[in-house]
Design a protein around this ligand. Structure first.
Ligand code: BGC
Length: 806
């Protein structure tokens, strides 16, 4: 885990263009002069999406009574204490960039004494402070020594497992298995709560269409529908039915909003987009998480349309609270309140603090601006106490709902290592996350699965025996020593079957020395089959892990080519936190498996798939480009006036005219498209049909959750292996007032089929699936023509059509 030193990189200055309405002003009457602002969009009137608050538990009258009783007794300093969050490490070295208010940022200048703050009731929560002894020590100070005995809330970045680690979220998205994500999330909550953690900074639901952005690995990829399904699953798993269950954790949905659209994939960079794009392609996962009852949200680092998210009342008030009826609390991202100065919209700490607070940021993570600045702002009347009170209420509601006042301490046996009983589920997740990208015949038979009988394997590459890499950038609180590597697992198999494994590292992940090449090539020459484990280190993605190249780092591609020159059959395992450019491999290497970072059971899952104990079923949650210049590359692009082909997801057909929307040096399409993944069997699709060919517009517009039309198809396993297929449903809408994507995922399901077996699958499509957002911020259905495809990837060809009749 990172208890990190944070460097405050100077940001480029952006012009202040703030929000449609100033959130706190709605509660308070007239906002202060500096909070007045212009709208980033043409003043959208966002309609409330529900009559009820998003989380019923937080709205309970009993909790409200307790909150109000407590609030009455609190001093201003105690109230502000609930709104600040510290770690217990502080900065090792604060950059003296002139942006810190001298003497006003205690941690940066003098180091905060978090224990003293806990004991005096001047701190409400802590981040990345983990371990039973550690959290309990701070909790004892807060509960036993502070005047009002308000417990602390401990939050941590647990994104894909605590000690028993499962695949990175991008890998989990490749499973298209939300039920599995519910179970895994529950499992990590059960483990982490034994160490006192009751709040996860997860799920990360930022849509990313550009793999240069390193945080791509933390989310579900490029698609809003898949992202929303995963977002709901994480919340259900973390929070369960009852937050007060001691093994439930409050989720923090991050990073609100549109952080994944960072220009050029550069970390922390600006985002800028139309309201329709924001609502249709970026907001759905956050909205789904809010609707699933997420207890907290985290405001993002990035500016959206010129307004830093951490100062955006449009996002935090108009969208989140007014439209989605979110009733939890909002925490800023790490020092994001202070960074409003770097964004250029606040010239001093007081303005930064008040802009964030007025916009709707309840808790200041690590900036130390709320506690330093708000007392004077309240005393001078620039910030009304009622605004502070409302934020404190939101924090206390979550603490009461979690049952922290009754059970403040971590109790029972602490989980400090991977849990044996949790390994099977984590292994299943890793198996389901693997995506078979290529499987060419060798001597008339696909290379995979490998024969189970004895074979001599050359295992080559810097990721063959790299336990700490397998668990990804956020893999638990420290690099987990319990991981099964590829080498461990293949050697164990070889012992069982009488085969052998000859391991050569070959090169480093990012090195340029070729000193290991000769031994690797020699090992390959002697082998029946070569397994090459190549890719990125876990630190090459994740926060601040943007890359401008998407190739195999260092000289790994050269190693691959040298080994391939032996002519031996090669299985390439690719470990990465993002889609990579695999063009050469896709032409020369017979079998390729995208493995992401699979977690504690990495090696076991990979061996299961290589040997065919498990048939791969994963499908890509992001398009894999042919070269980096195609980025951002995503399947649900808009049409152009000069298309190369009607759907624009396939390469140009027939003559190739010049004046169409294309590159002169590379096809438009992905090397491996969204939704794609091979199996050890084949599936055939037929009989795509719809329950109606026409729907009256007035029925379709009702938006009451009803099914409007059902699409069905027959899927058949035409091969000789039992297997699971991820069946996908895409739609296109032609003739609308705004252009619509060439196709959009609007349904998926996992179907298991015996050899020769057929099943009918069906997808109910309602207002949510068929509507689109206009630029007034409204979801609409118009009298248009729809095409519905059902198939095994975003290139599905079987389809049927219907109309919405005026
Ligand atoms: C990251 C967040 C994380 C927070 C706390 C920030 O730098 O952007 O995702 O939750 O740190 O560690």
């Amino acid at each position: 885990m990172r208890i990190s030193v944070k460097f405050l990189a100077p940001h480029s200055v952006v012009l202040f263009c703030a929000t449609a309405t100033v959130g706190a002003a709605l509660i308070l009457g007239a906002p202060p002069a500096y909070a007045q602002s212009t709208a980033p969009f043409a003043a959208p009137a966002l309609v409330p999406q529900s009559a009820e608050p998003s989380n019923a538990q937080l709205a309970s009258p009993q909790i409200e009574r307790r909150v109000n009783d407590l609030l009455k007794q609190m001093t201003l300093e105690e109230k502000l204490g609930q709104l600040v969050q510290y770690n217990d490490a502080g900065y090792e070295a604060a950059p003296d960039n002139g942006q810190l208010a001298p003497g006003k940022n205690p941690e940066a200048r003098n180091r905060v004494d978090a224990m003293q703050l806990a004991a005096s009731g001047h701190m409400g929560s802590m981040l990345n402070t983990v371990g039973k002894d550690h959290t309990n020590a701070f909790q004892h100070a807060a509960v036993e020594k502070s005047r009002l005995h308000i417990p602390l809330l401990f939050g941590a970045d647990i994104l894909h497992g605590y000690r028993t680690v499962y695949p990175i979220p991008l890998g989990l998205a490749a499973t298209f298995d939300p039920d599995l994500v519910v179970s895994l999330s529950r499992l990590s909550a059960e483990e982490a709560t034994t160490a006192g953690i009751r709040w996860f900074y997860s799920p990360m639901v930022d849509i990313s269409r550009d793999p240069r952005w390193g945080r791509t690995q933390e989310g579900a990829g490029e698609d809003a529908y898949l992202g929303a399904a995963m977002a709901r699953a994480y919340i259900r798993g973390y929070q369960g039915d009852d937050l007060s269950n001691p093994s439930s954790v409050a989720a923090s949905v991050k990073h609100f909003a549109a952080y994944g659209a960072a220009e050029a994939g550069r970390e922390y960079n600006t985002t800028d987009m139309s309201l329709s794009r924001l609502q249709q392609f970026y907001l759905p996962p956050y909205k789904a998480a809010a609707a699933a009852g997420a207890a907290t949200f985290m405001s993002a680092f990035n500016a959206l349309n010129g307004v830093p998210s951490t100062a955006s009342a449009f996002l935090l008030q108009d969208v989140l609270r007014d439209s989605w009826r979110f009733n939890g609390f909002v925490v800023s991202d790490y020092t994001a309140v202070m960074e409003l100065r770097n964004h250029g919209i606040a010239r001093d700490a007081a303005t930064a603090a008040s802009k964030a607070l007025f916009a709707g940021v309840d808790v200041d993570m690590m900036s130390h601006y709320y506690d330093a600045e708000l007392p004077a702002l309240v005393k001078s009347g620039r910030v009304p106490l009622s605004v502070i009170d409302e934020s404190v209420r939101r924090v206390l509601r979550v603490k009461f709902a979690l049952g922290l006042f009754e059970h403040p301490y971590a109790e029972g046996a602490e989980v400090t290592a991977a849990v044996a009983e949790h390994r099977p589920l984590v292994r299943k997740a890793a198996e389901e996350s693997l995506v078979l990208l290529r499987n060419q015949p060798i001597d008339g038979k696909p290379l995979l699965p490998l024969a189970k009988t004895a074979a001599h394997i050359a295992l080559i590459g810097p990721l063959s025996d790299a336990g700490s890499e397998m668990i990804g950038a956020w893999g638990g609180p420290e690099k987990n020593p319990d991981t099964v590597t590829v080498k461990d697992a293949l050697e164990a198999r070889a012992r069982e079957t009488g085969g052998s494994v000859d391991y050569e590292r070959g090169t480093e992940i990012a090195g340029d020395s070729e000193s290991g090449f000769a031994a690797a090539v020699e090992a390959a020459r002697k082998a029946d089959v070569v397994v090459l484990a190549l890719g990125e280190s876990s630190e090459m993605s994740g926060e601040a892990g943007s890359r401008s190249n998407l190739d195999l780092p260092g000289n790994q591609e050269k190693l691959l080519e040298a080994v391939a020159a032996t002519g031996r059959p090669i299985v390439l395992l690719v470990f990465s936190g993002r889609p990579l450019v695999l063009g050469w491999a896709a032409q020369h290497i017979p079998a390729i498996v995208e493995a992401w970072f699979p977690g504690t059971e990495a090696g076991s899952a990979i061996a299961d798939v290589l040997y065919g104990d498990v048939v791969p079923s994963g499908k890509l949650p992001m398009s894999f480009p042919r070269n980096v210049g195609q980025e951002p590359l995503y399947y649900n692009q808009f049409p152009t006036g000069r298309p190369t082909w009607i759907t624009e997801v396939t390469p140009p057909q027939g003559p190739d005219p010049r004046f169409v929307s294309k590159y002169i040096d590379v096809p438009n399409d992905a090397l491996f498209p969204f939704g794609f993944g091979l199996s050890y069997t084949q599936f055939a699709y037929s009989n795509v049909a719809l329950s109606a060919t026409s729907l009256p517009l007035r029925d379709a517009q009702r938006n009451d959750g009803r099914r409007l039309i059902t699409a069905t198809a027959t899927v058949k396993n035409t091969g000789d292996r039992a297997a699971t297929e991820i069946v996908q449903c895409y739609i296109r809408n032609l003739g609308a007032s705004l252009e619509q994507p060439v196709r959009s995922l609007e349904g998926f399901t996992r179907v298991s089929l015996a050899p020769g077996e057929s099943k009918q699958v069906s997808f109910d499509l309602g207002f949510a699936e068929l509507s689109f957002y206009n630029n007034a911020g409204t979801a609409v259905i118009e009298p248009t023509h729809y095409t519905v495809w059902i198939g095994g990837s975003s290139l599905a060809t079987e389809h049927a059509d219907f109309e919405i009749a005026p």
